[in-house]
Design a protein around this ligand. Structure first.
Ligand SMILES: N[C@@H](CCC(=O)N[C@@H](CS)C(=O)NCC(=O)O)C(=O)O
Length: 328
């Protein structure tokens, strides 16, 4: 693991900062927004107008946060407008890197060997961890934003002038409901799995484990009454949950000890996950090899041998009684 302190790399830093055995996730620091005309967004500076071929995404295919941005890029048809580099799934001493690995790419934009080089180019005094996703501006040669929740909002609407697919995953009339659902799911599921897996005290692990499975029960019940988290249409809340669910049985259940039940034991959640997986463009964003290799191979404090389990056999493309992408 690595982190930068005033632009200097410290590579022996152990994963998680904890307090009372609780994993504490650091806030993302680059918070500018791409907007249709370059006007400032809700945070950061202006000057980042939506333009074809100006922006570049650095992602890891294993990372659930980066995965959200790839899904939005696919759903909104932004593939020709926003280029992508895929890091090597092993995050070891110098952090994310572009060393060759099947399904990874070099850094086609800056030619960097390590992602931390993008952070120090953007801010030579940067202090913090180096995370994916990172949204890069090729024109100003700086980082626009490294917070996935904000990047998907930009992708949802900022480029609409250039594309045909005007689908809106954060519609005005559902924003209140989406925000409420997101908050609970972020806390107890998206980040909740990490809070179980990176807990360093038994009580912290158990507290987060209970919250996690209470929340899965709550979602299961909700999906028995309505097709999607915010009602009748797929919204960003569903995509934010999907990237956690698709990793659940292969990684979180065993590696992070989230093992009361598997995803496939929840009838509605399992159908729902497969329906989302089968929405056109989404399956191509899921890479189980990168997912398993990253978690089991990079977290040496949790899995010192680095052995990557072969199973489980999961078939996200098996038919579902739900209708893939029926709405939105
Ligand atoms: N809040 C960030 C979190 C991103 C994040 O934590 N990404 C992980 C990979 S799953 C990472 O890059 N971690 C690097 C590290 O912990 O050193 C977001 O949602 O964009």
């Amino acid at each position: 693991m690595s982190l930068l302190i005033k632009g200097q790399l410290r590579s022996n830093w152990l994963a998680a900062e904890t307090e009372d055995g609780e994993f504490i996730r650091q806030d993302s620091q680059f918070r500018h927004w791409i907007t249709p005309d370059g006007a400032p967004g809700p945070s950061g500076e202006g000057g980042f107008a939506a333009e074809p071929d100006r922006y570049h995404l650095y992602v890891c295919l294993a990372c659930p946060w980066a995965h959200r941005t790839l899904i939005f890029r696919a759903l909104k048809g932004l593939g020709d407008l926003i280029s992508v580099s895929v890091v090597n799934p092993y995050m070891l001493d110098e952090g994310w890197n572009f060393h060759p690995y099947p399904g990874s790419t070099p850094d086609q934009v800056n030619g960097f060997e390590f992602l931390h080089q993008a952070y120090t180019l953007a801010d030579p005094e940067y202090t913090g961890i180096i995370t994916v996703p990172t949204l890069w501006d090729k024109k100003r040669r700086t980082i626009v934003n490294n917070e996935s929740a904000e990047i998907i909002r930009m992708f949802n609407s900022a480029f609409d002038a250039f594309i045909d697919r005007r689908s809106d995953y954060y519609p005005k009339d559902l924003r209140g409901e989406i925000d409420l659902v997101n908050e609970r799911i972020y806390e107890n599921l998206n980040n909740g799995v990490y809070r179980c897996g990176f807990a360093t005290e038994q009580t912290a692990y158990e507290r987060n484990y209970e919250k996690l499975f209470d929340t899965l029960d709550w979602v299961e019940e909700r999906l028995s009454r309505q097709p999607y988290l915010a009602g009748d249409q797929i919204t960003e809340a569903d995509w934010r949950l999907f990237t956690t669910l698709v990793r659940f049985d292969a990684v979180y259940y065993s590696h992070f000890k989230c093992n009361r039940r598997r995803l496939i034991d929840y009838p509605h959640l399992w159908e729902y996950t497969r329906e989302l997986y089968q929405v056109p463009g989404v399956a191509q964003t899921v890479n189980m090899d990168h997912i398993k290799t990253h978690y089991y191979g990079s977290h040496k404090h949790l899995n010192p041998s680095g052995i990557i389990p072969r199973g489980p056999d999961l078939d996200f493309s098996s038919p579902t009684t739900r209708n893939p992408g029926r709405r939105n």
